[in-house]
Design a protein. Structure first.
Length: 277
């Protein structure tokens, strides 16, 4: 059995299928770890979700910010953003099945000393703590009153961990760290506007994974979300968002050997502009 972690797909169905062919993926024996942002911005969000649902038994998935956004838009909590490409998914006859499956995915997945998260982890969190915190959000997202959580999910505050924080503020803080974090201070205060390259990080901030006292340095962390960062393979750190959506590549890493396979972006995955008359 081979295990592959794949970076942000974001509705790039054709590139995704090309990558599966390139790695000779066998759904009978192999396993995929998907780092989140399965949907949105590419033209094939519906097709990606249908493929994932059909192959759900061989997938490990963590939720990204675009996946959560799709759930919020589908339930009418916020309007679609300019640039969203969710119309086909939201009009599909099987949308309820697909979105219900999506809503029941993890925020973190941990196996064999490898932890997968979409965006990042706060420096204070040990792996076992992060799993417990993720479980709090998953319980809210998968529970009977999940709309209450989705309704209050958006917002940038609180932006620093405090064990005493409770309720929706606590859930929002955990969600933001795991699905939106790129940079923070040494103390773990998060900043959400920055999306650029390492040399352009605002003064006083650093990549979450470079905080000197980060508690998860001893385990391998696989993540995506930061396309401007590109492919990174350091000791116990593997960043796999290589900007397929923006004309870059889609990347798969063999979890056991760390070998990387990539395919180019496919022009068929670019959304077709909607002309208003």
């Amino acid at each position: 059995m081979a295990r592959y972690a794949i970076g942000d797909i974001q509705g790039c169905y054709h590139a995704f299928q090309a990558l599966l062919k390139r790695i000779h993926f066998d759904s009978e024996h192999d396993q995929l770890w998907l780092v989140g942002d399965l949907v949105n911005r590419g033209s094939g969000s519906l097709e990606v979700l249908r493929w994932c649902y059909a192959h759900r038994d061989c997938l490990k998935v963590v939720l990204g910010n675009h996946d959560l956004h799709a759930l919020v838009v589908a339930d009418g909590i916020v309007a679609a953003h300019r640039g969203d490409t969710l119309d086909a998914l939201l009009a599909a006859p099987d949308k309820e099945v697909l979105l219900n499956w999506l809503r029941h995915q993890h925020l973190i997945y941990f196996e064999d000393d490898h932890l997968m998260v979409h965006a990042g982890l706060l420096p204070q969190w040990r792996a076992e703590q992060a799993l417990d915190y993720a479980a709090e959000v998953e319980a809210a997202l998968q529970g009977e009153h999940y709309l209450d959580f989705l309704t209050h999910m958006y917002g940038n505050y609180p932006n620093r961990w405090d064990e005493a924080v409770t309720g929706i503020d606590r859930l929002r803080l955990i969600t933001n760290a795991m699905t939106r974090l790129r940079v923070c201070t040494r103390e773990g205060e998060m900043e959400f506007k920055f999306k650029g390259e390492l040399q352009d990080i605002p003064q006083g901030y650093m990549p979450w994974f470079d905080v000197p006292a980060r508690a998860t340095k001893g385990i391998a962390v696989i993540f995506g979300h930061w396309s401007a960062l590109g492919l990174q393979q350091r000791k116990n750190l593997y960043a796999l968002d290589t900007g397929c959506l923006w004309g870059g590549k889609l990347s798969a890493m063999n979890i056991d050997t760390k070998a990387v396979v990539q395919v180019d972006a496919d022009k068929l995955d670019k959304p077709v502009p909607i002309l208003k008359v």
